[in-house]
Design a protein around this ligand. Structure first.
Ligand code: WTA
Length: 654
């Protein structure tokens, strides 16, 4: 109770940007924000065209938005550009010697690449890829640790028009195989291993296992040497990065690509068992990533900007690599974990590198809070001027801690709401303009027409919960689901209609307060957010059901103080199989094998039946209540077998 009152009091507090911050910012006041917003509303195409002209186009566009085949839209369709040229070549005149990438390895190495050096490395890697048979229109899978070669690989693919598909280093061989096969990748870039808390993560071995299962499209595997452990190399298939990239020519003119050319595919979880390949364009994505990085992080030429996200997720794509580099910034990339060798690793890096901007996740902030103030207090964090968060709703207490302990009560916080599908930040404070409220991502960016609506598409009143939708297209929106256009329409444009036209809806519930501020309440579909990682309940269920002992499984999220949500699985075993701790272990191992350690169920409960409606649908709402340890309050009249419920609540826990 006391806690609730405290939260409400915190939520009601408003933190305007300091006059000093506002003075130096690109958008200096709410008046200015409102003007920009109104301008975009009055002339959406003119607004985005002007923004797009900040980039270098090899062939200028004359069309802006083509909605004739909505929801399949095209932006700047007759223009041609190359995003790697926008990240690198365009800075060579003014910033050749400025650090583009500052990399810190987990064991402590440091490597800086200036814009000139990064340009050279990217050109060489691009030529090496070409020599290995990769060209425009091919797909390349990237399964690397957070090392410079990861950024170099992305930019090299982009330079020659190959579409990259980054697979997070925590995914298993089965998950790699599914992703590689879904988009028929021709080549995989990996490393011998990666460092994680002093131990080696065997990346190459995992790729080998994936290929053993059968990935017929893969012709070559390019292997970066990172940990120097011995890994078997398959003759004619596997090639060492060090034997081809350094020898390649440093001349590599960027290929002029149509704006709609697919820059990358990124697999993300949804409500079905199979992750979907979200496809992003070149031109629209570039415009979105450039625009949002510039405005939201209010970049200045002397900033040292650090986004802690892994490039395996969309945040790393847009805000470690593309956004900062298009803006000519210095971007910090860190390979390791926040608690290795000690729990002050982040603060140590900020002090050493004099980082001015930190962008991280609420789950990390909550862990820092729990570890205690003594870790940040060991370090001088006075270089910081701006803080950001992304990935899940941030609880007001964590927000306040972040502001006070890390930001010294001086740094604005930008709580940025967006998704893999949106490509770039959508709803966020502008740090020099927006008064912030702890826990709210505040207002949509100019050009983004977000709303909270009911099932019929009518805007909800103040503080009424509803569906978070986007009413108008935006340049960095996903274009389709790889190989499954129907699924694109079904997943994102089939829930809410206004005058027969579908609005973009991708699963979040929200409310808007009396100041028009958005409060995202989290997913209202069957997607979990575990430590900022998206996982589909169906995905984990199909992994569980794939185990020989399992008859049926239902997965739900349970609120978790640190991770936001924890995975809880209700499992019915096949007749004759006996529930035991050993079976639990086997099921956990099975999920790790099928998806990866990030999907490992925190809790497994065995039950002889799952609660279902008469039509046979599993009643997740009830399971959620049970998983959360609460009493089952909801309506149970549609329940097929009420007795199941009682047995479930009593089912043995860990
Ligand atoms: C959640 C990560 C509240 C949300 C960029 C969304 C957030 C999902 C926020 C997308 C935020 C992201 N406040 N919730 N600031 N940012 N989310 O695709 O549920 O990995 O739908 O993209 O994370 O996760 P994804």
């Amino acid at each position: 109770m006391a806690q609730d009152i405290e939260s409400t009091l915190i939520e009601k507090r408003v933190f305007p940007p300091s006059a000093e911050f506002a003075r130096g910012a690109e958008v200096k006041s709410m008046d200015e924000y409102e003007r920009l917003y109104a301008r975009a509303a009055a002339d959406l195409e003119g607004f985005w065209a002007e923004e797009a002209r900040r980039l270098d186009w090899m062939q200028p566009f004359t069309e802006v938005l083509d909605e004739s085949k909505a929801p399949f839209v095209r932006w700047f369709a007759d223009g041609k550009l190359n995003i790697s040229a926008n990240c690198l070549d365009r800075h060579l005149a003014a910033r050749a010697d400025k650090p583009a990438l500052v990399w810190i390895g987990e064991p402590g190495e440091r490597r800086t690449l200036s814009y000139r050096e990064l340009h050279t490395e990217v050109c060489k890697a691009a030529n090496a890829l070409t020599e290995l048979g990769v060209g425009a229109g091919d797909r390349v899978a990237v399964y690397l640790p957070m090392i410079p070669e990861l950024a170099i690989s992305l930019l090299a693919c982009a330079r020659i028009g190959a579409t990259h598909s980054v697979i997070f280093g925590g995914f298993s061989d089965t998950a790699i195989r599914d992703r590689v096969n879904d988009s028929s990748c021709k080549l995989i870039i990996t490393a011998d291993g990666g460092w994680r808390r002093g131990k080696i993560v065997p990346l190459k071995a995992t790729v080998d296992a994936a290929l053993e299962h059968g990935c017929p499209s893969v012709e070559k595997v390019l292997v970066v040497t990172r940990t120097r452990e011995t890994v078997p190399m398959v003759e004619a298939r596997d090639v060492r990065w060090e034997t081809v990239v350094p020898l390649a020519s440093a001349e590599c003119p960027p290929v002029a690509l149509e704006a709609e050319h697919p820059l990358f595919i990124l697999y993300t979880s949804g409500t079905t068992g199979k992750p979907k390949g979200v496809v992003h364009s070149t031109g629209g994505y570039a415009v979105g990533a450039q625009y949002t990085t510039r405005l939201v992080f209010d970049l200045r030429d002397d900033d040292v900007y650090w986004c802690t996200a892994d490039v395996g997720w969309v945040t790393g794509h847009s805000y470690v690599v593309y956004g900062p580099l298009m803006n000519g910034a210095t971007t910090v990339m860190f390979e390791g974990a926040p608690d290795f060798p000690d729990k002050d690793r982040f603060w140590d890096i900020i002090e050493r590198e004099k980082c001015t901007i930190l962008y991280t996740a609420p789950t990390a902030i909550r862990a820092f809070m729990r570890w205690g103030d003594q870790f940040p207090e060991r370090h001088d964090l006075s270089s910081l001027r701006l803080l950001g968060t992304v990935g899940e709703p941030i609880n007001p207490e964590a927000w306040m801690w972040y502001r006070r302990v890390i930001g010294g009560d001086r740094c604005p916080i930008v709580d940025t709401w967006w998704q893999t599908e949106t490509g770039a930040i959508m709803i966020t404070p502008l740090p020099g303009a927006t008064p912030t409220k702890p826990g709210s991502c505040t207002r949509p960016l100019p050009g983004i027409f977000a709303d909270v609506v009911d099932k019929e598409g009518r805007s909800c009143g103040n503080n009424a919960g509803g569906y978070l939708v986007i009413r108008r297209p935006w340049p960095s929106m996903l274009r389709t689901v790889w190989g499954d256009a129907e699924r694109y329409v079904k997943t994102y444009f089939s829930e809410i209609f206004v005058d027969g036209k579908a609005l973009y809806f991708a699963g979040d519930g929200a409310r808007r307060d009396e100041d028009g501020y958005f409060w995202v309440m989290g997913r209202i579909d069957d997607v979990l957010n575990v430590a900022g990682h998206r996982l589909g309940t169906m995905e984990i269920e199909s992994a569980l059901v794939g185990h020989v002992d399992v008859a049926e499984a239902a997965v739900v999220g349970r609120p978790d103080e640190l991770k936001g949500q924890a995975v809880v699985a209700f499992v019915t075993l096949k007749s004759g199989r006996v529930a035991s701790a050993a079976v639990k272990d086997a099921l956990r191992a099975h999920v790790v094998k099928e998806i990866g350690a990030l999907a490992r169920p925190e809790e497994i409960r065995f039950t002889d039946a799952l609660p279902k409606t008469r039509s046979g649908k599993i009643m997740r709402r009830l399971l959620k209540e049970i998983a959360a340890g609460g009493e089952v309050k909801g309506d149970v009249t549609t329940l097929e077998d009420v007795a199941v419920l009682n047995r479930l609540s009593a089912a043995d826990e860990e």
